[in-house]
Ligand binder design. Structure first.
Ligand code: UVW
Length: 322
């Protein structure tokens, strides 16, 4: 009879021999599977461009009419106007003799409070982060595998979009709706898309698009984002396919919660163990519509998060060219 025991720790779920790429790119590596994106992959991405359409995947920061979507516990960005015409009108700023006026503003936000790259050392278990670095290297700032390394390198390659919402005939997947490896491959197949080795994998669930059509109370009720669900086969597939980057339109790129109290195990199995970079919270609806219209699901994907030293994540506005 199959073992029905429910894992209560990440270590139990993944097992002692979970696939890793630790050491594969040397003992100092901080960008993991992005190493797969060599010049040949850049050119393969460029060769997927045929119509010249451009799509930007970041959600807006600091919209006046709607606060930014964030993982519960994080606060939305606050943009503050620190200088504008009003300061002169109210006499709070001396009038410059040459007649110039100006505007300035500042932002307070979580580095993972918008469309973002996660640093490879963002999430861990067992006292070790990506490549085996000690979890102590995260104290105060990420001393190893911070987002700065990803930012300095940049990400360019062939992107492939799998539209799971469309495949299931929905505008948006339900709260807690899982995607298995089998589901992913079947949806790609139904689109007529082949996922090739070293493709940047982009999965649309419709989730973030739905945020802007739903009131906040409904959006966060019974919080459990839909997405990829952990299985050993899925992790082995990512490793064998040498997937460098997982991009989705959810806040955390995977099904949030599991029985036994587990949260986000793919952050551990893919990010910590394989060095797969995560791009989260993308707006994919317009891109998906364009892909569906002409049935071309591959393109050039380019991105570089902000260069924030020691950070566990950084905002990014990925650019796709079809
Ligand atoms: C969490 O860490 C909860 O999610 P993310 O990867 O979006 O930052």
């Amino acid at each position: 009879m199959a073992d029905q025991t429910v894992a209560t720790t990440i270590e139990q779920l993944l097992g002692p021999d979970s696939p890793t790429n630790w050491g594969k790119w040397g003992s100092d590596d901080e960008v993991g599977s992005l190493n797969y994106l060599d010049a040949a992959q850049v050119l393969r991405g460029v060769s997927a461009v045929s119509s010249g359409e451009v799509f930007t995947l970041q959600v807006p920061i600091g919209l006046a009419e709607r606060s930014d979507p964030v993982w519960p516990g994080r606060a939305p960005a606050v943009r503050t106007q620190v200088m504008d015409e009003g300061f002169f009108t109210r006499g709070e700023e001396p009038e410059p003799t040459d007649g110039h006026h100006w505007a300035d503003d500042k932002i307070e936000m979580f580095t993972q409070g918008s469309t973002q790259y996660d640093a490879l050392a963002h999430y861990w278990y067992g006292g070790k982060v990506w490549n085996g670095y000690s979890a102590d290297t995260t104290i105060g700032e990420l001393g190893r595998a911070s987002v700065l390394s990803i930012a300095e390198r940049g990400v360019v390659g062939r992107g492939v979009l799998v539209d799971m919402a469309r495949a299931r005939g929905k505008d948006v997947l339900d709260s807690g709706e899982p995607i298995t490896l089998e589901d992913l491959l079947a949806a790609a197949d139904a689109q007529g898309t082949t996922i090739h080795a070293r493709d940047i994998l982009i999965i649309r669930t419709g989730w973030i698009g739905s945020y802007y059509r739903t009131d906040s109370e409904d959006f966060y009720r019974d919080w459990n984002e839909p997405g990829l669900i952990y299985s050993r086969e899925l992790v082995e597939w990512f490793q064998t396919m040498e997937i460098p980057n997982l991009v989705t339109d959810t806040i955390a790129n995977e099904l949030s919660f599991y029985p036994g109290g587990l949260q986000l195990p793919l952050h551990c199995a893919l990010m910590r163990n394989l060095g797969v970079t995560f791009t989260e919270l993308c707006q994919l609806d317009d891109l998906a519509d364009a892909c569906a219209a002409d049935q071309r699901w591959t393109f050039l994907y380019t991105a570089a998060p902000l260069k924030i030293s020691g950070a566990s994540g950084a905002p990014v506005n990925p650019v796709v060219i079809r």
